[in-house]
Design a protein around this ligand. Structure first.
Ligand SMILES: NC(=O)c1ccc[n+]([C@@H]2O[C@H](COP(=O)([O-])OP(=O)(O)OC[C@H]3O[C@@H](n4cnc5c(N)ncnc54)[C@H](OP(=O)(O)O)[C@@H]3O)[C@@H](O)[C@H]2O)c1
Length: 283
């Protein structure tokens, strides 16, 4: 059986949809905090089990009989996130899971600017220490996050973000889900690390230029000081740790930590991944 944590999220649901085309539904275990979020899947025949990353016992129960686990990284930050993901690894180890596919971040280092990627590295280490075989999907930024960065640009013509000329190899979350379904249903991906990126990296200036062409409307990118963004986020009453997290992402992009481009997604999909231009056309 193949289990998926974070199954109620965007990536989890998209992966289940691809898995349903490849394997029998009774071999899919969707692990969620709230089963109501998968109400639409009730009649598909998948097993829906309840567990919380904070609750080790619930994870152990949910992983009964599971051979392969897709561990989708948590949305929690800092030590809480590290402990939650560690609980998933401990539960998998306890239940004798044979293989973990983990969604990590691109090129993780202990001193990466982006705090979430530092967390991912801690989980990768926990998985390696568990001796369970693994596949790490080190994902670049999802294309689907672009609306969060560009704000009202399609209305007012301005993108304000402190990323300088840093580039990002944006990748479609749908493509990642399809590639995950490939890795989960094949045997040759054990102890492999995939840097999962789009085919090209783009700066925010590039995005502004592409959008201007697509929408036939002039859109400008302004590389604002990080302090300006911080002041705006404080006004929105965003919690302090989330502000720190978002600013660390901006620093990371500026330092080109999301710029590397690799071809493993194309190899797994046996086709070209979605190009940024195609995504922006639909935006
Ligand atoms: N590469 C990128 O650009 C990028 C962008 C955003 C996020 N991410 C990472 O990639 C992951 C998957 O992305 P996504 O778009 O699918 O995110 P998403 O739609 O926000 O889904 C996150 C999933 O994690 C589950 N979750 C969070 N805390 C949990 C807990 N304590 N116990 C059990 N489940 C918990 C959520 O459950 P509920 O439905 O119950 O909340 C949800 O199913 C994210 O969780 C995040 O780590 C990557």
């Amino acid at each position: 059986m193949i289990a998926i944590t974070g199954a109620s999220g965007h990536l989890g649901k998209a992966t289940i949809n691809h898995l349903l085309k490849k394997i029998k539904s009774e071999n899919i275990v969707a692990i969620v905090r709230d089963p109501l979020k998968l109400a639409a899947y009730k009649d598909t025949g998948i097993k829906i089990r309840t567990a919380d990353y904070n609750d080790l016992e619930s994870l152990i129960t949910a992983l009964a009989g599971v051979n392969t686990l897709l561990h989708i990284s948590t949305t929690s930050m800092g030590l809480v996130g590290v402990l939650q993901e560690n609980n998933v690894v401990r539960a998998a180890d306890w239940e004798g899971v044979k293989h973990i596919v983990y969604t990590s971040g691109l090129g993780p280092k202990a001193d990466s600017y982006f705090l979430a990627v530092q967390q991912c590295l801690r989980t990768e280490e926990a998985i390696i220490n568990s001796k369970i075989s693994y596949t790490f999907f080190r994902n670049s930024l999802y294309m689907e996050t672009i609306p969060q960065f560009i704000g009202n640009a399609l209305q007012d013509g301005h993108i304000y973000f402190p990323a300088g000329a840093g580039k990002v190899s944006f990748v479609s979350r749908e493509d990642i889900a399809e590639a995950l379904s490939v890795v989960l249903t094949e045997t040759q991906h054990q102890n492999k690390v995939y840097e999962v990126t789009g085919s090209k990296a783009f700066s925010f200036q590039d995005i502004a230029s592409l959008l201007s062409l697509e929408k036939k409307f002039s859109i400008n990118y302004m590389d604002i000081p990080a302090e300006f963004l911080e002041a705006e986020l404080i006004k929105t009453e965003m919690p302090e740790d989330e502000i720190g997290w978002f600013l660390s992402l901006a620093k990371s992009i500026k330092a080109n930590e999301f710029a590397p481009v690799e071809d493993c997604l194309e190899v797994l999909l046996k086709r070209k991944p979605l190009a940024l231009k195609e995504y922006l056309t639909k935006l």
